[in-house]
Design a protein around this ligand. Structure first.
Ligand code: HEM
Length: 486
């Protein structure tokens, strides 16, 4: 990739059926080369880390559809960001052929997730690991988790102190942590699992504010200067989680050994499944591979969903009309509704989609790198160009979502959006493994909170999205007051 500023030139020849909005031969034109957002590199990098939404909003008018950036922390060269659905579709449907989706670009996450999880693997290893994990988050397995999600939500919400303002994200984080812990380990109530969950939440909090997220983006800050230094604190929490996770892995291995080398076939949790799996050469996963995969699923599986559910509670309680329509729909099903019936409710589904559109948790898809020169929408990109799909900006496009700042679930009842127009979970070979679980969990937990309890917003000021690690979350965590049951 050229590092000398603009890397794309106006395409001079459209190639075999690739999208190209101006198919006639065009001279290479400087005006049509990609721009970077305004500002000095260091300023842009700081703005990107500390205030990503301001940074992205700024690019909407200056550099719509595509822009080039070298400050985001992916690789060493420039990266091209796109929010155009046609470009997204082009890239994400070819991300095992024309493009590759290398896991090591996600190394910014390696302090948490190590290097051996599905998120970090590439090529064939990535494909095999995904095939192993996917069934645990789909179909029949999902229906098993439905009642658990409803019961857990009711129990945890019911235990909140009444008439006291509390950030609802604390509740939604407890729900999502317990759900993913149950799926990953098969238990939530033992002392070890409680300790794992508490330490995980604390580790996520330690890079939870925009300023502390700088620890992830600026390697130079990753110095262990003792237990009170920011990085030192993080490392000690991680060590504690590792000790607990490795202890669980060893106990399970000892159990298998005791049973004559056979895994307990009644166990359906992911750890048991991963321990029973073998590569083509008959190899079992190493302890480090198991640890990294568990960490990836625990982190990716709870942080994102917790924020999405907190946003849902914010929008529902901010807009009385939305709440009224939702309650009318939920009340028709009655108090003991089947989780699958809840998940199929059209208005609830539209509300959850609009939450993920208006307040997306993931700003970007993971990176995809061109393996050859690519002609795309009138631009020619050299081989090795790295692309990021900007979910945040796609969901803010006026041409797709008129008045995009308005929260209007009806959009999803009135129109259908393609998977590249509404793309909260990415697409292609790295599409979110937990998408079906996240959608299901979000609907069931939100329905259980709203149908069974009377919550009110404790603070009428608007909630703004701020960085939490590599995701966006409501700035104040949505302070709410539990008034009682319904
Ligand atoms: C609202 C909740 C969630 C959102 C918005 C979200 C979003 C995303 C996005 C945008 C990607 C990258 C996709 C791409 O590059 O095309 C991703 C990947 C991933 N997500 Fe999620 N996610 C959520 C919940 C979950 C849950 C519950 C799990 C639990 C297992 C999970 C596990 C993963 C994993 C393992 C990957 C990496 C997939 C790969 O590299 O092949 N996510 N997610």
């Amino acid at each position: 990739m050229s590092k000398s500023g603009a890397i794309a030139s106006k395409s001079t020849s459209p190639s075999d059926g690739q999208p190209n909005s101006q198919p006639d031969s065009q001279p290479v034109s400087v005006e049509n080369q990609l721009k970077k957002p305004r500002g000095l590199t260091l300023f842009r990098r700081l703005e990107w880390v500390l205030s990503p939404v301001t940074y992205l909003e700024r690019t909407k008018t200056d550099t719509p559809d595509f822009f080039e950036e070298d400050t985001l922390g992916f690789g060493t060269g420039s990266t091209v960001i796109t929010s155009h659905p046609e470009a997204m579709q082009y890239i994400l449907t070819r991300d095992r052929t024309t493009f590759s989706a290398p896991g090591d670009f996600n190394r910014i996450l390696s302090p948490f997730l190590g290097t051996q999880s599905v998120i970090m693997l590439s090529d064939q290893q990535h494909k095999v690991r995904r095939q192993l994990l996917t069934p645990a988050f789909h179909g029949e397995r999902l229906t098993v988790y439905g009642q658990l999600i409803c019961d857990l939500t009711k129990e945890l919400a019911g235990a909140l102190p009444k008439n006291q303002p509390l950030p609802i994200r604390q509740l939604t984080q407890k729900i999502s942590l317990q759900v993913i812990s149950q799926i990953v380990f098969g238990f939530t109530d033992g002392p070890r699992s409680k300790e794992i969950m508490a330490t995980l939440a604390a580790a996520a909090d330690s890079v939870g504010s925009p300023a502390s997220a700088a620890l992830l983006f600026f390697d130079g800050l990753q110095r262990d200067l003792g237990p009170w230094s920011p990085w030192g604190k993080f490392l000690r929490k991680r060590q504690k989680i590792d000790d607990l996770v490795y202890a669980e892995i060893r106990d399970r291995a000892a159990e298998i050994e005791k049973d004559g080398g056979k895994a307990n076939s009644e166990r359906t949790d992911i750890l048991s499944m991963l321990m029973a799996s073998r590569t083509e050469d008959g190899e079992a996963l190493s302890e480090q591979e198991l640890r990294d995969e568990l960490m990836a699923l625990l982190f990716a599986g709870h942080e994102t969903t917790a924020s999405a559910m907190a946003w849902a509670m914010y929008w529902i309680h901010q807009l009385p009309d939305v709440k009224e329509k939702l309650l009318a729909e939920l009340d028709q099903l009655g108090p003991e509704a089947d989780p699958m019936a809840i998940a199929q409710l059209p208005y609830l589904t539209a509300v959850c989609k609009e939450v993920l559109r208006r307040s997306p948790v993931a700003m970007f898809t993971f990176p995809r790198t061109a393996q050859e020169p690519v002609d795309l929408m009138g631009y020619r990109f050299p081989a090795e160009t790295t692309f990021l799909g900007c979910i945040f900006l796609t969901h803010q496009r006026e041409d797709l979502y008129p008045a995009p700042k308005e929260f209007r679930p009806e959009r999803f009842l009135e129109s259908k959006f393609s998977p590249y127009e509404f793309i909260p979970f990415g697409a292609g070979s790295r599409r979110c493994v937990g998408e079906a679980l996240a959608r299901y969990e979000m609907k069931l937990a939100v329905a259980s909170m709203v149908a069974n309890y009377r919550f009110e917003l404790a603070d009428q000021r608007p909630e703004n999205p701020v960085r939490r690690g590599v995701t966006l979350t409501p700035e104040r965590g949505v302070p709410m007051i539990l008034k009682g049951t319904r």
